[in-house]
Design a protein around this ligand. Structure first.
Ligand SMILES: [Zn+2]
Length: 468
């Protein structure tokens, strides 16, 4: 039995998750994410897949995030014919993400083509979309769904089982048993205990090898319980000042967590019922998916909401806004309100229009609730820039900036160690670290060796590891 493990992405970086198990010449892939980052570089990394897609027999999708699912249409275009195994919630979320990506790629292409024609001296290259909306739909025809704790056989003689990753709705840790009995685990993205709505990360059966993510391998988060308190504080402030709270938020998971937390605070009588606008068609669709997957909810959500027939995401003071005409009407709204809109890093989307309207009023609050990458408007706000540019015009940042950094969907290094220690580690030979930048992976490596893991290796792009 010859078993090889290698990765073509998420090696010393956090995007492009693509891992492979070669089992006696038969290839099982785990995740097929898109690379993100500098435009030219990531375009080529995404377009030129350095492996034979047609030779991949089956794929396991740990969760629907774009950096894990986004390149599935390219894989199918390149000849992949097998099944894509995932949970039903991940399938439904992946559908939204892939179609959204196709539309964004088309829009970007048109904008950059226009700019390239207008300013030839800038030598801009307009890249054609990597897939159309029609092609984005194709992977959905390959999906075979299994719920948590329902073992399935991705290849003859190979058994796999999903365990809750506690990361986003539908996210799974995957435990794979190979012919001969070797067991390999994949964390996908590891979540954290206490996140609203979803269950905490589960424990997998004993493994010989584990492929583990390390996004926040050098960070310690505040506990999620503090997020509710911080949220309550700014809601009271907005009520007292009769002002607006503007929250740029990712449409999947973070938006629903905010809705859930505000609803819970209201039910507990801890905050006044301010009008809430969820101003994003994609968030409306994503929330509809949450509603049809109560099997992914934690005990608290079941007890507080589902068992008493209360919709966690629907209540009298929340309004979901789809049309752009309705979105514009929010500008005229008088009095205190909470406005949640995309994009999460305030780079595009309706959030920009709300920021333009509200950012120069010192009574208003902009709440930062997510990771803000470098060179984004969200990062400049988080760093308290005094002036920002939106659509080429300058605005004074007079609104209060509140950073609620207890929100994170990834385990920090202490949470990762604590999660690992709950496992039976008797037969564990080695942990392979992926999905993190150098400093994070190196720190996590030290931490894990410190708790007695026998070997911890940082995975290099394309390097082949023989497992025995
Ligand atoms: Zn993720």
């Amino acid at each position: 039995m010859a078993i090889k493990l290698y990765s073509h992405g998420a090696c010393r970086e956090v995007t492009g998750s693509r891992h492979f198990l070669d089992i006696n010449g038969r290839v099982l892939q785990v995740d097929c994410g898109m690379f993100q980052g500098r435009r030219d570089e990531s375009y080529h990394k995404n377009k030129e897949m350095p492996f034979d897609a047609a030779a991949v027999e089956a794929l396991i999708l740990t969760h629907a995030h774009f950096d894990h699912s986004g390149a599935l249409p390219i894989l199918v275009k390149n000849g992949f014919k097998g099944n894509i195994h995932t949970t039903s919630a991940s399938r439904d979320i992946a559908q939204i993400i892939l179609l959204d990506s196709a539309h964004i790629q088309q829009k970007d292409y048109e904008i950059i083509k226009g700019k390239a024609a207008k300013y030839p001296e800038r030598k801009l290259t307009a890249y054609e979309p990597l897939y159309s909306a029609e092609e984005a739909v194709q992977p959905l025809r390959h999906f075979v769904t299994s719920d948590y704790h329902r073992p399935f056989r991705p290849l003859d003689g190979v058994t796999a089982e999903f365990f809750d990753a506690g990361h986003i709705l539908g996210a799974a840790l995957t435990h794979i048993t190979l012919p001969g009995g070797m067991r390999v685990g994949f964390s996908g993205d590891l979540g954290r205990p206490g996140l609203p709505i979803i269950r905490d990360p589960e424990v997998m059966p004993a493994m010989d090898y584990l492929v583990l993510e390390g996004t926040y391998g050098n960070r310690l988060h505040k506990t999620i319980g503090m997020a509710a308190g911080e949220l309550a504080e700014i809601i009271h402030k907005a009520q007292a000042r009769r002002s607006k709270i503007i929250i740029p938020a990712f449409t999947i998971e973070r938006t629903q967590e905010l809705i859930y937390l505000i609803h819970t605070l209201q039910l507990e009588g801890k905050v006044p019922k301010l009008p809430i606008f969820i101003d994003s068609p994609m968030a409306v669709n994503a929330t509809a998916i949450f509603k049809i997957h109560p099997e992914c909810f934690d005990e608290e959500t079941i007890r507080r909401f589902i068992s008493v027939n209360v919709d966690p995401f629907g209540f009298e003071n929340i309004r979901y806004v789809v049309s752009s005409a309705e979105s514009k009407e929010i500008n005229a709204f008088q009095g205190p309100a909470i406005i949640i809109a995309a994009s999460g890093m305030a780079e595009s989307g309706r959030i920009l229009h709300h920021l333009i309207q509200q950012i120069e009023n010192p009574d208003n609050i902009v709440a930062i609730v997510g990771f803000m990458a470098e060179n984004t408007l969200g990062r400049r706000l988080a760093e308290r820039a005094r002036e920002v540019k939106i659509f080429g015009r300058s605005y004074q940042v007079k609104a209060e900036i509140a950073t609620l950094n207890a929100f994170s969907a990834h385990a920090d290094y202490a949470e990762t160690s604590a999660w690992l220690k709950r496992h039976d580690l008797q037969r564990l030979k080695k942990i392979f670290l992926v999905h993190g930048e150098d400093a994070a992976l190196e720190n996590l490596q030290r931490e894990l060796l410190g708790i007695g893991i026998p070997a911890v290796e940082i995975v290099e792009y394309g390097a082949v590891h023989e497992l025995n």
